[in-house]
Every structure is written in structure tokens, then in C-alpha cells.
Design a protein around this ligand. Structure first.
Ligand code: GAP
Length: 471
């Protein structure tokens, strides 16, 4: 099976079995958005809860926050996102369709790392690169990826002129009504800023020892020019981010600490070390705030791509907040008079990319009794369903009653337990294999006699008899 076929099989299984559906599917979809069904929601929650447990609950130096998605526009001015959170865009001069210039050029075999707008345009022109429709391309220009919105009833339909200073008529571009530019806000493109803006609050409330970290999970939004590759590049997704505040003299040790923690995380997701790779990002490709970045890449079926990032953000963010807000961001080192603005190490994890890595790592096809079997070899602690319980046959009330009893016991203990009594037992096994259920428990006539059940293992397909109380 080729990687492309594997990807297609995963997308199809995800939809068919209720993991992930295209967003707004019933209305023809909305590009770059995805809805999680019951099994996908559980898988995603398991991943997010594991992260919270590892990085917040089990540590002594972490504090959780949950900040608002809509923030004062000054946040995004101070952070540099209004000016620099851009991707290079080209337009098909015939169809007016827009594409990411760097993606088009990469797909055409060019190395575009670190190139500016003029250099990208030159590459397009010199090599006569065409749009995927075969038409001429425009010059390359920048496109800000933040979703802009308006807080309060100030703009008509939210359509503004290019400076964002007046509501305009869509057809003519003529001004309709002046409005208060301070009503402009953005859907956050990273959860990080909601952490930085709360740094002072947390220090004042808790006065934590340095180093300490603030952690947040939540939605982020980016108006990606070309969302693609299933949930890999979406316009709405979830992040799990840590801003770890350190003494500037000790940033290297903390960076190394988090590098090791990231490896622990990929191992906890069950990803083999040989499929995860560190990429030291060169200066020309680093985000505007970073002095050092390692991208952790994973061998997805779509190729080797970024799974998560680890960045040294220096005092860039707290320094900007201090400058723009006029509020002091100093930390006074306990037991000393030394004051400084802490520096920051930021491990930043994308939830959807973790889900996609886990699903692609788990997707397996083998042969059982001469037939191809599809199964998800999910780690047990991530599987959306841990046990499926069924009576051997449905038309024996005493078996159904006993099976219900076992189901209730397991449901109370593990939560993630499914009742499954439709079709014959072989079909049930196949269905549970496809969603990655590690154990299928079957209640048969022997159960009524000696209190044992059959437990069938997903990976080996072996069956064993186990006492109910030992499940
Ligand atoms: N606060 C730093 C930050 O946001 P980033 O590298 O732009 O850094 C961090 O994003 C992570 O968020 C990425 O490594 C990826 O896992 C995830 N991510 C970014 N853009 C995404 C998108 N369009 N769709 C899905 N996940 C995305």
C-alpha cells in the first residue's frame, strides 16, 4: 500500500467510523474545518488529558490557565502578529484562485527556505512556474493569516476598507459608515498570547519560584491560504502550549530539559522514536520571536512534516507587553534583589497533528483467515473504546442479562466501554478492530457455569478465558 493510499484509507475510516467528519458537511463543507465524531472526540480528549497529566498535574512547577479567545487588539499589535504573521500568496491571473507561493514552488522542486517575496517572485518568473490550472501567476505578496472580527455593533457586516477604518459597500468599495477602529479584534492564532497576558496576574497571585510554567489548551484560528492534508493544516485547530519562564542565564538548560520532555511525550503517544525527527530551524526560517527553534517532525503518510515545535522566545513577548502596556513585567528572584524580565522556552503542541500521527501510526492491515483485516493498533491508554462487551448470541435472555451485568461493571470502572451485539461475533471483532478496541469481552454459556468470559486481543486475535472479577 502506498503512503497516498494509506492516507486515503485513514480519511475514509475516520469518516465511516465516526472519528472525524469534514466540517459543515451537510452544506457542502467549509474548507479547512473538521468536526470530531464520538470516537474522534474521545481520542482527542485522551490525548489532551494525557498531556495535562504529564505536564501540569504531575509537575510541581506548572500552572494551568484558560484565557479568552477574543483579546484586545493591542495583544496582536504588541506581539508582532498584525505586521508579520503572514504567508506568501500568489494569484492565478485567470481564475483569481489563490495559492501559497512557497508550496507551489516546493511542489515544483525548488528550494524556497528563507526566501523573501522578491526572491520568490523571481523564482516564479525565471522558471515560468504556472498555477495548478496552467495559468500565469501574479507577483508574490503577503497575506495576514489572522481572522479579523469586530467587537460590538460597530461595523456593517464586518466589511471594511483596506485600512480597516470604515465599513464599505462590498460591490463598490465606497464608504458606508465610519466606525471605531478600536472595535477590531482577532480570533487568536496561537494560545500563547493568552498566557503571556496573564503572566503578571499569576506572579502576583502565586509568586511561583523561577523557573515555572503556564500551560493552556484551546482553539487557535489561522486563515490558511491552502488548508490541506486532512486535519494537518486546518483553519481552526487546537493547541496545547507551555510558556516556561526562566532566568535568562539558564535558558539553555531549560531548552534541553524541554527537548527531553518532548521525546517523552512522543513516546507516550506510542510513536516510534525512529519516526520522529528533530529539525534545527535555521535563522531565516524561524518565527519573528524566536532565537532558537527545533521542529519535531513525524513521518506522516503525507511525508515528513512538523508535529510540534520547541522555541526559545527570549523576553520578546513580556518585553513587548511591558513596552506597550506600560506595566512592569519584572520578576524579583527570591532571596535576592535581582530583578529581570524572565525569558521563555515554549514547547507548542498541535492536537490535530498529534491525532493524525497517532492514527497513521496505528493504521494496520494484516491477513486473518485468508481475509484482509483493517485495525488500529492504538495504545490502550488512548483508545476511544477500551472494552467491547457482547453476548455470544442475542436471542438467549440469560446470556444478554449476564453480558449487561459485565458491561455495567466495566463501564463503571473504565468509562470507555461499548455494548456491541449486532451481527455475528466475527463481524463484531472486525468492527471493533477498525476502531482500535484492545479487548472484546464475550459472554457465553460457560460464563453462566463458571463466571469466566472470553477476552479476545485486538493485535494477536488470541482469545483467553478470564474470570469476570479479574477483568
Ligand atoms: N505559539 C507558537 C506557535 O503557535 P506554530 O509552530 O505556529 O507555533 C505550533 O504552531 C503548532 O500548532 C504546530 O507545531 C502544529 O502542531 C500546530 N499547528 C500550527 N498551524 C496549524 C494548522 N494550520 N493546522 C493544524 N495544526 C497547526
Amino acid at each position: 500500500m502506498s503512503d497516498q493510499q494509506k492516507m486515503e484509507h485513514i480519511v475514509s475510516l475516520a469518516k465511516r467510523r465516526g472519528f472525524i467528519y469534514p466540517g459543515s458537511d451537510v452544506y457542502g463543507g467549509l474548507s479547512g474545518t473538521w468536526d470530531f465524531g464520538p470516537l474522534g472526540t474521545q481520542l482527542k480528549r485522551n490525548i489532551m488529558q494525557l498531556w495535562w497529566k504529564m505536564f501540569v498535574d504531575e509537575r510541581h512547577d506548572m500552572y494551568g490557565v484558560d484565557s479568552a479567545i477574543l483579546m484586545n487588539q493591542k495583544v496582536w499589535q504588541a506581539s508582532g502578529h498584525v505586521d508579520t504573521f503572514v504567508d506568501p500568496l500568489v494569484e492565478d491571473t485567470e481564475t483569481k484562485q489563490r495559492f501559497r507561493a512557497d508550496h507551489l514552488l516546493k511542489d515544483a522542486g525548488f528550494d524556497v527556505d528563507g526566501l523573501g517575496l522578491d526572491e520568490l517572485t523571481k523564482l516564479v518568473r525565471d522558471n515560468n512556474v504556472k498555477s495548478p490550472n496552467g495559468n500565469e501567476l501574479s507577483d508574490v505578496r503577503t497575506f495576514n493569516m489572522m481572522f479579523k472580527t469586530f467587537v460590538g455593533p460597530t461595523a456593517l457586516g464586518g466589511v471594511t476598507d483596506q485600512q480597516g477604518e470604515a465599513a464599505v459597500n462590498i460591490a463598490t468599495g465606497s464608504e458606508l459608515i465610519a466606525f471605531d477602529p478600536s472595535s477590531v479584534s482577532y480570533l487568536r492564532p496561537e494560545t500563547a498570547q493568552g498566557i503571556f497576558t496573564n503572566y503578571r496576574n499569576i506572579v502576583d497571585s502565586f509568586y511561583p519560584d523561577l523557573p515555572f510554567g503556564l500551560a493552556q489548551q484551546g482553539k487557535a484560528f489561522r486563515n490558511e491560504i491552502s488548508p490541506r492534508d486532512f486535519i494537518f493544516r486546518s483553519r481552526e485547530f487546537e493547541q496545547m502550549e507551555i510558556e516556561y519562564f526562566v532566568d535568562p542565564d539558564e535558558w539553555e538548560a531549560s531548552f534541553e530539559h524541554w527537548r527531553q520532555q518532548v521525546w517523552k511525550w512522543t513516546q507516550a503517544l506510542g510513536l516510534p522514536d525512529e519516526s520522529v525527527h528533530e529539525l534545527e530551524v535555521p535563522e531565516s526560517d524561524r518565527a519573528h520571536y524566536s532565537k532558537r527553534t527545533i521542529d519535531f517532525e513525524f513521518d506522516f503518510p503525507i511525508g515528513r512534516e512538523e508535529l510540534l515545535g520547541l522555541a526559545y522566545r527570549t523576553d520578546f513577548d513580556l518585553g513587548n507587553i511591558q513596552r506597550v502596556s506600560g506595566k512592569n513585567m519584572d520578576y524579583t528572584l527570591k532571596g535576592t534583589n535581582r530583578k529581570f524580565v524572565p525569558h521563555v522556552i515554549e514547547p507548542s503542541f498541535g492536537v490535530e497533528r498529534a491525532v493524525m500521527a497517532v492514527l497513521s501510526n496505528a493504521y494496520t492491515e494484516d491477513e486473518v483467515n485468508g481475509e484482509t483485516r483493517i485495525f488500529l493498533r492504538l495504545p490502550e491508554h488512548l483508545a476511544p473504546v477500551r472494552f467491547a462487551v457482547s453476548p455470544l448470541v442475542r436471542n438467549k435472555p440469560e446470556l444478554v442479562e449476564k453480558a449487561r451485568e459485565v458491561y455495567e461493571i466495566l463501564k463503571k470502572k473504565y468509562g470507555a466501554v461499548m455494548w456491541d451485539d449486532s451481527g455475528n461475533i466475527g463481524k463484531r471483532y472486525r468492527r471493533q478492530d477498525e476502531i482500535g478496541t484492545p479487548h472484546c469481552v464475550v459472554i457465553d454459556f460457560e460464563t453462566l457455569e463458571d463466571g469466566t468470559v472470553t477476552v479476545r486481543d485486538r493485535d494477536t486475535t488470541q482469545q483467553a478465558r478470564v474470570k469476570i472479577e479479574e477483568l
